[in-house]
Design a protein around this ligand. Structure first.
Ligand code: NAD
Length: 264
């Protein structure tokens, strides 16, 4: 199978690092023009520089905007009027105690992980429907199904993304636009990589050993028994954005290394 996305324009939220950066790379490799997004100008400039170095013939642009706010989403909408592919990748997590967390912290995470994607879909999906082709992917998590007790708020936002993704797929059914979610498992992205590197330093062990300890204690059902790479997540996303994936919509696609034990 050869995936060709020439002539398609993709917006990838939160793509200056981690899984989003790998998705931007994967889509560019397949020929798409890619819009990179991060909060700060410098990080966006650095990511663009690196992507242009790796893919000198690809088309890239960047928007520095904090998409956890409606002002940030408006900034993105002002600069990018249409897209054929929307990857709602932006998201974060904090370890916290359920009984200590206040309302504001819950709502802030909801804005960041869920509303950023809702607003971007509101902006870009009507154009896709009008043109009769589009791909929307929500980067959820296995934590949408296995809710972590130390991050219940994160689990809630990741389940909410599955809901929005499935509902949107229903709404645009039969239009040529597909909407899916991808559920990564523990992945060596910037945030988790930094966390594991810090744990390794603290405990005087290697990063591989820190990751193994994390899997043994926090995700013992992993079948691959290692963290996935950001490229492994990006590969699924690029496939689901391809012409060839036209039969897949409304799905929750797992790249979780088998952490979730359900068959379907
Ligand atoms: P990361 O922290 O490594 O990268 C996040 C990216 O988002 C960075 O480019 C950062 O600059 C950008 N960003 C952060 N806040 C932003 C904001 N308010 N506005 C715009 N950009 C912002 O994260 P990651 O691990 O690559 O996670 C990406 C997605 O994958 C998230 O939705 C996350 O929940 C999901 N996920 C990650 C893992 C994992 O193990 N890493 C597992 C399951 C799901």
């Amino acid at each position: 199978m050869k995936i060709e996305l020439n002539g398609r324009k993709a917006v990838v939220t939160g793509s200056t690092a981690g899984i989003g950066f790998a998705i931007a790379e994967g889509l560019a490799r397949a020929g798409a023009a890619v819009v990179v997004n991060g909060r700060g100008e410098q990080r966006v400039t650095d990511a663009l520089k690196e992507l242009r170095r790796r893919f000198p013939n690809a088309e890239f642009s960047g928007v520095a905007a904090d998409l956890s706010t409606s002002e940030g989403s408006t900034l993105l909408a002002d600069q990018i009027d249409e897209a054929d592919i929307l990857i709602n990748n932006l998201g974060t997590a904090h370890i916290n105690g359920f009984f200590d967390q206040n309302d504001e912290e819950w709502l802030d995470l909801f804005q960041l992980n869920v509303m950023s994607g809702v607003r971007a879909a509101r902006q870009f999906v009507p154009g896709m429907v009008k043109r009769g082709w589009g791909r929307v992917v929500f980067i959820s998590s296995e934590s949408a199904v296995n809710i972590p007790k130390e991050m219940i708020d994160y689990g809630m936002t990741k389940t909410a993304q599955l809901s929005v993704s499935r509902g949107l797929a229903e709404l645009v059914g039969g239009t040529g636009v597909t909407v899916n979610s991808v559920l990564p498992g523990p992945t060596r992205s910037e945030i988790l990589g930094n966390w594991m590197a810090a744990t390794a330093r603290e405990q005087g062990i290697t990063q591989d050993e820190a990751e193994q300890n994390f899997l043994n204690t926090m995700r013992p059902t992993s079948l691959i028994n290692r963290f996935t790479t950001t490229d492994e997540i990006a590969n699924m996303v690029v496939y689901v954005c391809s012409e060839q994936a036209s039969g897949t919509s409304g799905a929750a696609l797992r790249v979780d290394g088998g952490v979730l034990r359900s068959i379907v």
